[in-house]
Design a binder for this molecule. Structure first.
Ligand SMILES: Nc1ncnc2c1ncn2[C@@H]1O[C@H](COP(=O)(O)OP(=O)(O)OP(=O)(O)O)[C@@H](O)[C@H]1O
Ligand SMILES: [Mg+2]
Length: 477
């Protein structure tokens, strides 16, 4: 279901909301003003009626007997002179006297017109429509000069001009409110658009960013407080992207560099070999030397492929129960020669099992152990500790040696990253060992970290409990 395009715009939504709220306020205020004007007219009418009732009361006090009818009628007629919009009817209920004045007849009316004998002011006015006009009136009992003979007095005002005024007033009020509403919605639209300008600026900056211009950032100063978290998150994302891009660029440069050295060695040796005729023994020697370079290249390409697979989640460990103590012993046996050559002692402690891929795990721990032996000073001790707790299995590989500076530690798991010392040593690895170790550990749901402090470097590999042997029966093979 497609929404209206206008509803997907913040400016439209705010304008709509603002206009709706303003319309509700305007209508409420207009209704209140209308009611107050109407009330004002009613109060005015009531005052007139009260004045007239007082006057009529005085006149009716002259009524002593039916003979006074003519005199009372005259006085009443005089009293009503000049009050054209006022309708008056005064009568005895049985009809023996009746006086009426005004330009229209007050209708006989329903029962409610006849108040109870003791009804007093304030009384409830009744409104009705005549042939050409609208009226509002009241009725009450007024005592005469004869005790016990009260007359019914009907008083009504012609409210047509009030109604006309109210109609035109309502019309003007509606017009003013309508114009004000239009103006306000227009202003709301402009204000919202202006308020949203920083978002456009952000979009412009975002548009201008490319791989070559990742350094561009949104400046906090020009951005409203509400948008600052967004700008900060955006800048942080750019930092991460820029960092990732830098690593990728370094990686490509390193890759080219790593491939160039063995290939130029091969080329040089081949050129030297071809520079003059040689004996079979010389050729064999050169081919052996080339073979070493080819092996180095093949190993590096295999490592790269492994890491590429890991990046795409394609290294799927074949899970089986792995006794980590046994694996460490096997690794120590394998690297015994390398260690004894440097009089490095290998010490192993503790035990633990995990569900994992034996070959991959051996490769991961192998990389850690080789590094540890390689960076331990002659005569030092490399210790590997396996420890299992209720929630994790830990394998730590510790060796003495120069402390790795913090700026190098953060990059140590990067591909092709090698410390300054080992960069000079061309005989050693390409700097992929720790990256591979990290990929394998992560594929097993674990994590690897390093601390280097006070001349001791320790790599800690932690597997969560669900990778622990026996912790989850479903995983146990
Ligand atoms: N135990 C350690 N002690 C001190 N430095 C270490 C240790 N392990 C690794 N490093 C530093 O980390 C860098 C990267 O190690 P990594 O294992 O990834 O590469 P490498 O050993 O140089 O080559 P490769 O493992 O590919 O043969 C090393 O060059 C070294 O500077
Ligand atoms: Mg290594």
């Amino acid at each position: 279901m497609n929404r209206l395009p206008a509803l997907s715009s913040i400016a439209w939504r705010i304008t709509l909301l603002y206009t709706s709220l303003a319309a509700i306020i305007f209508v409420t205020v207009a209704l209140l003003i209308h009611a107050s004007v109407e009330h004002h007219f009613e109060t005015q009418d009531r005052k007139v009626w009260e004045g007239k009732l007082e006057l009529i009361g005085h006149i009716l006090e002259e009524w002593k007997s039916p003979q006074d009818a003519a005199q009372v009628t005259r006085t009443l007629t005089d009293a009503m002179v000049g009050h054209h919009s006022l309708l008056v009817r005064i009568e005895f209920p049985e009809g023996s006297f009746r006086f009426a004045s005004g330009h229209a007849e007050i209708p006989a009316g329903p029962g409610t017109w006849r108040p109870a004998r003791d009804a007093n002011l304030p009384f409830q006015p009744i409104a009705w429509d005549g042939a050409n006009a609208s009226f509002r009136g009241v009725v009450t009992w007024v005592s005469t000069g004869t005790k016990g003979q009260d007359m019914l007095v009907y008083l009504a005002s012609d409210t047509s001009h009030h109604q006309d005024f109210l109609t035109s007033f309502d019309y003007q009020l509606a017009l003013i409110c309508g114009i004000a509403l239009l103006l306000m919605s227009g202003l709301a639209w402009i204000a919202t658009r202006r308020g949203l300008l920083p978002i456009r600026d952000m979009a412009e900056v975002a548009e201008s960013i490319s791989a070559q211009r990742l350094h561009q950032r949104l400046s906090d100063a020009q951005i409203p407080v509400e948008l600052r978290p967004l700008a900060q998150a955006f800048n942080a994302m750019l930092d991460r992207l820029s960092d990732a891009l830098q690593r990728l660029t370094d990686f490509s440069t390193d890759l080219a560099h790593e491939l160039r050295t063995p290939i130029s060695n091969l080329m040089m040796q081949t050129q030297v070999c071809l520079s003059k005729p040689r004996g079979a023994e010389d050729y064999r020697e050169i081919l052996y030397s080339n073979l070493e370079e080819y092996e180095h290249l093949a190993r590096m390409i295999a490592d790269m492929l492994f890491l590429a697979k890991a990046d795409h989640g394609l290294i799927i460990p074949h899970r089986e129960s792995v006794d980590l103590a046994v694996e460490v012993t096997a690794l120590f046996d394998y690297y015994e020669a390398l260690a004894s050559e440097r009089q490095v002692r290998l010490v192993q402690q503790g035990e633990g099992h995990i569900q994992g891929d034996r070959v991959m795990l051996r490769r991961a721990f192998g990389n850690l152990v080789v590094n540890a032996i390689r960076y331990t000073p002659d005569g030092g001790t490399v210790s590997v500790l396996v420890a299992a707790s209720a929630t994790t299995v830990l394998v730590s590989v510790e060796n003495p040696g120069p402390t790795i500076p913090p700026d190098q530690i953060v990059r140590i798991f990067d591909r092709f990253y090698r410390g300054n010392a080992s960069r000079q040593r061309t005989d050693e690895g390409a700097g992929l060992g720790l990256a591979i170790c990290q990929s394998i550990v992560q594929a097993h749901g674990g994590d690897v970290s390093v601390v280097s402090f006070g001349g001791i470097t320790r790599f800690a590999v932690v597997f969560p409990v669900d990778a622990r042997d026996g912790a989850q029966p479903a995983l146990a093979a």
